[in-house]
Design a protein around this ligand. Structure first.
Ligand code: CTP
Length: 403
C-alpha cells in the first residue's frame, strides 16, 4: 500500500459529557474505550448523570477528576478551559433534554459552556424512550445539530428501560468510541480498496444442521469499520456475523467455505489489500443429506466423512497481483506465547502472507469477546507488533502496519 505514512497514533484530549439517563452506566464503557485506546479523558457529568453512576467509578476509569459544577474552579476559568483544550467532545448518553439544550446553544451548565467554548468536533450518542426520540421536537433538534456538523451515533433499536423495545437504546460503548475517533482519525486510506472476510463459515450436514465455529465476526467487522473510517473503500465478505456489518461497506453474504472462496476470489481482482479474518471450515461433509438425518435410521452412533475445503487464503496469496497485500489470521489454542509464535511463523510462510495476526483462543477466550490480544508476524515469521485491547484498537494497529 502506498498511502501516506502516519505518525504513531495521536493522544487526544477527549471531553466525555455524561447526562442523566439510565444509559449513563454504559458511559463507563465509553470512557474506558478511549482510555484503552490511549487517550486522555476528562468527564463532565451533569448532576443527573451522577444519580445513575458514581463519581468514584468515573474517576477510576478516566483517571482524571470528574467535573460537574459550573461554579467550581472558577479561578481557572474551567467553563471554557476544558472546551478549549478538547480535541474531541463526546456526549454519551445524550438525553432529549441535552439535545434540546445543544440545539438551542444553552450554556446553563458546565457541559453547555464547554461545548460552546470549543471548536472541537462534537459527537453525541442519544438515548431515550422511542416516543421521545420520535417526537417532532427531538427530530427537529437532531436535524439542527446534524446541519451544524454534529455526528450522531445511534440510537440502536432494542430493549429499553423496563419492558419497552424500540429505537432509543444507546449504541454500544465501543461503537461510540470508534465512531468518535473516526471523526478525528487519520484519513490515510483514501483511494485504497480493502477486501475483508469476517465471521465463521457453516458446512451443512442436512437441511437443518451444520458444522460451524464460534467466530462472531467482531474482529473482521472492527477492521471494516476502521478501514472505512480511514477513508478506504471496503468490501466485506460476511459469513454468519453476530454483529451488524458497518454501513458504508459493500457486503457480500456467504455461508460455506466454498461460497466464501468464490466471493473472495471475485472481489480480490479489485482489492489492494485482502484481510482474511473469517474462521473458515477446514473440512466439510462429503455428503449432504437431502432430508433431515433421522436417529432411528442411523442407530446408536453416526460417522461423518469429511473432506478438506479449499484454503482460501493460500489460494489468494498464490494468485496475488504485484503490490497486493495479504493479511491472514491464526487463532491458536496453544497457551505458550513462544509456541504460538512458532506455529504462526510456520503458518505465515506456508500461506505466503505479508502479515499474520496470531491470537490465543480457548473455551472462554477469543471468540465472541469484544477484546483481543494479538501478535502480528511478517511473512518471514518475525514479530513486528503486538496489540491488546478492544477489537477496534487492534484493527487500527493492523491497518497502521499496512499503511
Ligand atoms: N483459512 C482459509 N481457508 C481455510 C482455512 C483457513 O482461508 N480453509 C484462512 C483463515 O481465514 C485464516 C488463516 O487461513 O486467515 C489461518 O487459518 P487457520 O485455521 O489458523 O489455519 P489452517 O491452515 O486451517 O491451519 P490449522 O487449522 O491446521 O491450524
Amino acid at each position: 500500500m502506498t498511502a501516506a505514512a502516519t505518525d504513531a497514533p495521536r493522544r487526544l484530549t477527549v471531553v466525555l459529557g455524561i447526562t442523566g439517563g439510565i444509559a449513563a452506566y454504559k458511559a463507563v464503557g465509553v470512557a474506558r474505550a478511549f482510555v484503552v485506546a490511549g487517550h486522555d479523558v476528562h468527564i463532565v457529568a451533569t448532576e443527573g448523570a451522577l444519580r445513575f453512576v458514581g463519581r468514584p467509578t468515573l474517576e477510576a476509569i478516566s483517571r482524571n477528576p470528574v467535573h460537574t459544577d459550573l461554579y467550581e474552579g472558577v479561578a481557572e476559568v474551567r467553563h471554557v478551559a476544558l472546551g478549549q483544550r478538547a480535541d474531541l467532545i463526546v456526549i454519551a448518553p445524550a438525553t432529549a433534554h441535552t439535545i434540546a439544550s445543544l440545539a438551542a446553544g444553552l450554556a446553563g451548565d458546565l457541559l453547555g459552556t464547554t461545548v460552546l467554548a470549543s471548536a472541537a468536533p462534537l459527537v453525541i450518542a442519544p438515548a431515550m424512550h422511542t416516543e421521545m426520540w420520535e417526537h417532532p421536537a427531538t427530530v427537529a433538534n437532531i436535524a439542527t445539530l446534524r446541519a451544524r456538523g454534529v455526528t450522531i451515533v445511534g440510537p440502536d433499536s432494542g430493549r429499553l428501560t423496563g419492558t419497552d423495545v424500540g429505537p432509543g437504546r444507546m449504541s454500544e460503548p465501543e461503537a461510540i468510541a470508534a465512531a468518535a475517533l473516526a471523526v478525528v482519525g487519520p484519513h490515510d486510506l483514501v483511494g485504497r480498496r480493502i477486501l475483508i472476510s469476517a465471521g465463521g463459515t457453516r458446512e451443512p450436514l442436512d437441511p437443518v444442521r451444520y458444522l460451524g465455529n464460534r467466530s462472531s465476526g467482531r474482529q473482521g467487522v472492527a477492521l471494516a469499520e476502521a478501514a472505512l473510517a480511514r477513508g478506504a473503500t471496503v468490501t466485506l465478505v460476511a459469513a454468519h456475523l453476530e454483529v451488524p456489518a458497518p454501513a458504508g461497506a459493500e457486503v457480500v453474504e456467504v455461508g460455506t467455505a466454498a461460497e466464501l472462496d468464490a466471493a473472495m476470489r471475485a472481489a480480490s481482482v479489485e482489492a489492494d489489500t485482502i484481510i482474511m479474518a473469517a474462521a473458515v471450515a477446514d473440512f466439510r461433509p462429503v455428503v449432504i443429506a437431502e432430508g433431515k438425518i433421522k436417529k432411528d435410521a442411523v442407530g446408536e452412533s453416526l460417522e461423518l466423512r469429511l473432506e478438506r475445503t479449499p484454503d482460501v487464503l493460500a489460494g489468494l496469496a498464490a494468485a496475488r497481483r504485484p503490490g497486493q497485500r495479504i493479511v491472514g489470521f491464526a487463532a491458536e489454542t496453544e497457551a505458550d506465547d513462544e509456541r504460538r509464535r512458532q506455529i504462526g511463523a510456520e503458518k505465515a510462510r506456508r500461506k505466503g502472507v505479508d502479515l499474520l495476526v496470531v491470537n490465543p483462543v480457548g473455551w472462554s477466550e477469543g471468540f465472541g469477546s469484544t477484546t483481543n490480544s494479538v501478535m502480528i508476524l511478517d511473512g518471514a515469521g518475525s514479530v513486528v507488533a503486538r496489540a491488546e485491547g478492544d477489537k477496534a484498537s487492534v484493527a487500527h494497529r493492523i491497518l497502521d502496519l499496512l499503511v
